[in-house]
Design a protein around this ligand. Structure first.
Ligand code: EVA
Length: 607
């Protein structure tokens, strides 16, 4: 059960209680809490909301920038009628490391801040009374975990996070926490794969895993509540005679009901919503249900004022309304898997997701993003370090957890396995091969794999692009290179590089996973200067001209959906300002430029 990543659902046999709300909280800069018994009770605690990042809740800089150990604690009640069931606590995420204690006993631990895990607490909880849940957490960055970075100790002894990535190191319990009661014999996982028959039928090939011997039965129920297909057995095929397919921006969802049966008795029941669709690359184009689709959308962040990266349903709703308004149909979960609620909303709204593992910052010259664009060749090679084998183990574990969690979402069309790593030497190729092979092995739907390629990995020197099923470029011609008055020469250089990609792409599609220009939502200037809204528009028009003149470009995801928080630094004015929307989700001028373009481009553009 520990490893089951099924989304928590109340069914005929399952009970879920939210533990979200105000929790007790305490920083532990000397890492003394464990020795002092804080796992059993937190002295002089503060109070913070869950889910939320802790950084922007307070008014002092020490709290915002805090790096090290910290504790969360709450009490929860286990109903007496749950006796005899398996009892679990399910964390949507805990950033970046957590050790979990119940009534003072350690029950589990987890490394990696963006994926869920369970603590099985059946044997340590007291029934029909209050129990104590405590987490010892840590948000230090290192070179052996993703996202990568360093932790500095300053002259005065304080620790400071040094991300090798360009977003704030938000931490804490940032996603919902649930208390769950499951039957002892239960469903632990399921997978679906879709085939469309020539006779208009659809076939859903499924597998179900349980922790017991009894057989399972599956039903598929349409949006009107009618059962349209049934099958029994842990592996099999559901045949849907007249399927309504899940289409981009026109989603149709079925409910899959899985039951462990013993005669008439239902031992366990799990329900989820799925969409019937195929996604593949055909003749250099993305095909959804056999029809070409051009990707329009964003690289995004989970980021908002005050709550940081904490799941916030109103912000999530607003983001999807803005993406619909602007005519987008896709996004990349840059640079980490998002909260599960994001994927369920994308399933419902018909958005296509490139799901990204938190493998960012694998490039020492990206330190604090200051020399992001130029790259630096004199640093030690990232994939030849002593720390690389340990990093690979953690990276693969995150890939496993991400695919396990997200594999059944119709919205998820591809995996992004790294963002902007080094790619120009053989050790990188060997590292990449292991991650790419592993993803292929794990994904029942065999979705296309990619990684976001940094500007200085040009087609002539990149030694990893050949592993991608489609090529994803992060390109900043006109911003980091040849910017301002030099924009026309940026266009020339950009076109030359695209000709290079055409030579090595071998029939594969190319998309842009990043392009963008920092822009102040307040600044206008005629003629334009960099950072003005006028310059952002000119920059975009140049990029569009390039995209439109290469038929093999099959998608554009601008950087970024909204302005977002980063660490302090000389190239960031209270965050990254490449948003098409401001951080409070209002349009910059560029939003209207995109709206015009994307609402006019046909869905099968260049198909
Ligand atoms: C930027 N460029 O400089 C962005 C970063 C992003 O925020 C990149 O992938 O290449 C990174 O994280 O604005």
């Amino acid at each position: 059960m520990k490893k089951s990543l099924l989304y928590p659902r109340v069914t005929a046999t399952r009970r879920v209680v939210s533990l979200d709300g105000f929790w007790r909280f305490k920083f532990d800069p000397s890492s003394e809490g464990l020795e002092k018994g804080w796992a059993a009770g937190l002295p002089e605690a503060l109070s913070v909301p869950v889910p939320s990042s802790f950084a922007d809740l307070f008014t002092d800089k020490e709290s915002r920038e805090y790096c090290g150990d910290f504790w969360y604690e709450t009490d929860f009640f286990v109903p007496g009628e749950w006796a005899g069931r398996e009892i679990l606590i399910r964390f949507g995420s805990a950033t970046h490391r957590a050790r979990v204690f119940v009534n003072g006993t350690e029950v589990t631990s987890h490394v990696g801040g963006f994926l869920p895990f369970n603590a099985v607490v059946t044997d340590v909880v007291k029934m029909n009374t209050t129990n104590r849940l405590s987490l010892l957490m840590n948000n230090e960055l290192s070179q052996t975990m993703i996202p990568c970075g360093a932790t500095a100790t300053l002259g005065d002894g304080r620790k400071m996070a040094q991300p090798y990535f360009d977003f704030f190191n938000y931490s804490g319990i940032q996603r919902p926490v649930k208390l769950m009661a499951l039957p002892k014999e239960s469903i632990t996982d399921y997978t679906t794969v879709y085939r469309l028959g020539e006779d208009g039928k659809a076939f859903v090939d499924y597998t179900v895993s349980t922790n017991g011997e009894h057989d399972v039965c599956i039903s598929l129920i349409d949006a009107d509540g009618k059962t349209v297909a049934q099958a029994c057995g842990k592996e099999g095929t559901l045949t849907v005679e007249k399927p309504v397919l899940w289409e981009v921006r026109n989603a149709y969802l079925y409910t899959i009901v899985i039951r462990i049966m013993d005669g008439e008795a239902v031992f366990d029941e799990y329900c989820d919503r799925i969409g019937i669709r195929t996604f593949e690359i055909v003749d250099g184009s993305f095909h959804l249900n056999g029809h070409p689709v051009y990707l329009k959308g964003f690289g995004r962040h989970e980021d908002a004022d005050i709550r940081g990266r904490g799941l916030d349903l109103p912000t999530l709703k607003r983001d999807f309304e803005l993406m619909k308004w602007i005519g987008a149909n896709s996004f990349r979960t840059s640079h980490y898997p998002y909260a599960e609620e994001v994927y369920y909303m994308a399933d419902e709204e018909g958005f296509l997701i490139i799901d990204e593992v938190p493998a960012v910052g694998m490039f020492e010259s990206l330190m604090n993003a200051v020399d992001a664009a130029g790259g630096s060749q004199d640093k030690p090679k990232w994939f030849e370090k002593e720390t690389t084998p340990e990093l690979l183990v953690h990276h693969k574990e995150c890939v496993r957890e991400m695919i396990s969690r997200d594999k059944n979402h119709p919205s998820v069309i591809a995996w992004s396995l790294l963002n902007e790593p080094e790619t120009t030497y053989d050790a990188a190729t060997r590292y990449f091969e292991q991650v790419f092979d592993y993803a292929r092995e794990l994904d029942p739907q065999k979705r296309p794999r990619t990684f976001a390629i940094i500007g200085n990995s040009t087609p002539d020197i990149c030694k990893c692009q050949q592993l991608c099923d489609f090529i994803s470029l992060n390109r900043y011609f006109g911003w980091y290179f040849l910017n301002g008055f030099m924009l026309p020469t940026a266009e020339m250089a950009f076109r030359r590089e695209m000709e290079g990609w055409d030579k090595v792409r071998n029939g594969r599609p190319v998309i842009f996973t990043e392009f963008g220009a920092d822009t102040s939502a307040q600044l206008h200037k005629l003629p334009s200067v960099m950072w003005s809204q006028e310059y952002q528009d000119e920059y975009l028009e140049m990029n569009f001209r390039v995209f439109d003149s290469f038929d093999f470009v099959k998608g554009e995801q601008v950087w970024n959906f909204a302005d977002f928080q980063t660490g302090e630094g000389i190239i960031r004015m209270n965050g990254n300002k490449k948003g098409i929307f401001s951080r409070d989700r209002q349009p910059k001028d560029a939003a209207y430029v995109f709206r015009k373009r994307w609402t006019e481009l046909p869905v099968d553009y260049k198909g």
